[in-house]
Design a protein around this ligand. Structure first.
Ligand SMILES: NC(=O)c1ccc[n+]([C@@H]2O[C@H](COP(=O)([O-])OP(=O)(O)OC[C@H]3O[C@@H](n4cnc5c(N)ncnc54)[C@H](OP(=O)(O)O)[C@@H]3O)[C@@H](O)[C@H]2O)c1
Length: 245
């Protein structure tokens, strides 16, 4: 398939590129940086230098790529999730999830792209019985920074799932750790190794049905059974072939 990977240079995008290429897909990948674009080309990706907030340029880029699938791995977060920059990061990321997703969906609709796979997060469920399934409500009664994040997540998910005729798939990822995330391990729940996040994106591109999938390591907060059952998702997948128990 031809894949348009928005966010090819991010924590997940970087791990997803080699998985896509080794599975035989053709990849067009976005970055705003010419230098990173050169690195993408060396890795076997057709680079596109584009800012997602430049809607006309984004539409032209998607039209030129003529993809079968658009993959949304765009975030706007400080490196390593630097705590001193997280309040501003939450606002910027909410704008990415609302305006950025809107521009990406518009570009996909204009080019009749049939499928969209988008990155969301898995720890925004409203308080209630656990483990949470994908049908449980988002925490729309949240306050402060969490309210800003929930607002962005809700918009991203609505645009992804309700923009017919696009077949929209939302991956609700746990807190990332591993290469490129700034942390080798995390005590946050739910958590997720970045390699397993990338493998879930590949599985979703190839197999998922329209809807939402929780993607994390097994934990008491949420259920990952849908992704295991429908996608064959393995939370212990690692790109080097070594898995953790
Ligand atoms: N579920 C999670 O826990 C989760 C999810 C995502 C990220 N994070 C964490 O957040 C931190 C930063 O993440 P990250 O390394 O993925 O970097 P990031 O700075 O959040 O960027 C991610 C991707 O989005 C692209 N991007 C950002 N703004 C853009 C814009 N206006 N237009 C087009 N593309 C844009 C970046 O491209 P260019 O910069 O190349 O243009 C990059 O490919 C890391 O510590 C990571 O682990 C956590």
């Amino acid at each position: 398939m031809k894949i348009f990977l928005a966010g090819a240079t991010g924590a997940i995008g970087t791990q997803l590129v080699p998985l896509l290429l080794s599975s035989g897909h053709l990849v067009t990948g976005t970055t705003r940086s010419i230098t990173k674009g050169d690195a993408l080309r060396s890795a076997g990706v057709e680079p596109v230098i584009v800012d997602v907030f430049d809607a006309p340029a984004l539409s032209r880029a998607v039209a030129a790529a003529r993809p079968d699938v658009v993959v949304h791995q765009l975030t706007d977060l400080p490196p390593g999730l630097d705590p001193s920059r997280m309040a501003e990061g939450a606002r910027r990321n909410a704008r990415m999830r609302s305006e950025g997703t809107k521009n990406l969906v518009t570009a996909a609709l204009e080019s009749a792209v049939p499928r969209l796979v988008a990155q969301s997060i898995a720890w925004m469920y409203a308080p209630g019985p656990e483990p949470h399934s994908e049908d449980d409500s988002l925490d729309v009664g949240a306050q402060g920074t969490r309210a800003i994040t929930v607002g962005g997540v809700a918009t991203l998910e609505r645009l992804t799932l309700s923009s017919p005729p696009i077949d929209g798939i939302v991956l609700r990822y746990g807190h990332l750790y591993g290469p490129g995330t700034g942390t080798a391990a995390t005590s946050e729940v739910p958590c997720l190794h970045v390699d397993a996040a990338a493998s879930a994106a590949l599985l979703a591109i190839e197999k998922a049905h329209r809807g939402i999938y929780n993607i994390a390591e097994p934990n008491g907060y949420l259920s990952i059974e849908k992704a295991r059952r429908e996608l064959g998702y393995d939370p212990h997948f690692r790109r080097d072939g070594h898995t953790t128990p």
